[in-house]
Design a protein around this ligand. Structure first.
Ligand SMILES: C[S@@+](CC[C@H](N)C(=O)[O-])C[C@H]1O[C@@H](n2cnc3c(N)ncnc32)[C@H](O)[C@@H]1O
Length: 303
């Protein structure tokens, strides 16, 4: 056993204490908390990820056992603040610009159809990137919509993109819109030229004009029904549902579908929801992309 003076000496030498062991009961307790609060299902194969993530955070705040940390997380305002830090560590944020090209082609088509029909409110396009991580997906939508509006010659058309995520640090990156060269290197040079500004430190920032079109908000996907979001033209939700179980996926997708205007498009990641049907939604026939369109009811001329 490590004695107290030994611990101090180790800390002075920068030797990190080993991560505490996690038994099955503790693993269940933590995975249930995560699932209840975020919907994410953490399978036993990812136990080491959980142990490492919790352990690192516990070291940072000087917490030595899981139960103490669990109790801290469940106590009042400080617990809520601590949770917002931890949730960022326990969720996967992998993303990139123009991640799924065939889905973005669908976005292009949707925008030009909307513009062609363009009377009244149809001249505005509202898109939502659900689980937007550090913003790359939301900005990609903004670039594609802007290009499509311009290609259609509809200079007076308005568009806005909402990027939402549960992770506050990710949203902060999105709001700044600054990315290092590795993250922008695969964007076509002309697109990069048009929508990014090279900063003196070698990084790239999304142009202010485009940033103005994108807003970021913290939103837990499990709480969508409380949000006053409606009449979306495009809802884009990829690589988020894969972390949820099937029942939860269906529930979320149903709520997202309600947020579309008639004719609006819901774009998911291919294979992320099999055999889903909804009375108001038609599956879009498109290779490599899973998308559904909200039915236009007879008499709804504007859609
Ligand atoms: C793998 S990233 C996907 C990013 C982007 N959609 C893409 O495909 O490139 C998954 C994102 O979902 C977010 N997320 C996980 N659970 C969530 C929840 N309950 N509510 C909102 N966002 C959540 C994570 O914080 C993470 O940023």
């Amino acid at each position: 056993m490590t004695t107290a003076p030994q611990k101090v000496q180790d800390a002075e030498l920068g030797i990190l204490a080993p991560l505490p062991e996690m038994d099955d009961v503790q693993f269940r307790q933590w995975t249930e908390l995560l699932e209840q609060r975020t919907g994410t299902v953490l399978p036993p194969e990812r136990k080491s990820f959980l142990v490492t993530s919790l352990g690192l955070r516990m070291r940072e705040i000087g917490c030595e056992c899981y139960q103490e940390y669990y109790d801290r997380l469940n106590s009042g305002v400080n617990g809520a603040l601590e949770w917002s830090t931890l949730v960022d560590r326990l969720t996967v944020h992998e993303t990139r610009f123009f991640r799924h090209s065939s889905s973005m082609e669908l976005v292009r088509e949707q925008v030009s159809k909307t513009i062609r029909r363009g009377v009244g409110r149809a001249k505005s396009i509202h898109a939502w990137s659900v689980g937007c991580s550090t913003g790359e997906e939301a900005y990609t939508l903004a670039m594609v919509i802007d290009q499509s509006i311009r290609a259609a010659g509809a200079r007076d058309a308005y568009f806005g993109v909402l990027g939402s995520d549960i992770s506050q640090p990710s949203l902060q990156v999105g709001r700044r819109g600054i990315y290092n060269v590795r993250r922008v290197k695969d964007i076509d040079a002309d697109v990069r030229e048009e929508y990014f500004e090279a900063l003196d430190d070698g990084r790239f920032q999304v142009h202010a004009e485009l940033r103005k079109r994108v807003c970021f908000a913290r939103l837990n996907i499990l709480d969508i029904e409380r949000e006053p979001l409606a009449e979306m033209d495009i809802i884009y939700c990829q690589n988020v549902l894969i972390y949820f179980d099937r029942a939860r996926r269906k529930q979320i997708v149903e709520r997202l579908a309600e947020r579309l205007r008639p004719g609006g498009l819901l774009i998911l990641g291919s294979g992320e929801l099999v055999n889903w049907r909804h009375a108001d939604m038609d599956k879009v026939q498109c290779a490599h992309t899973l998308a559904f369109q909200r039915r236009v009811l007879a008499g709804n001329a504007e859609a």
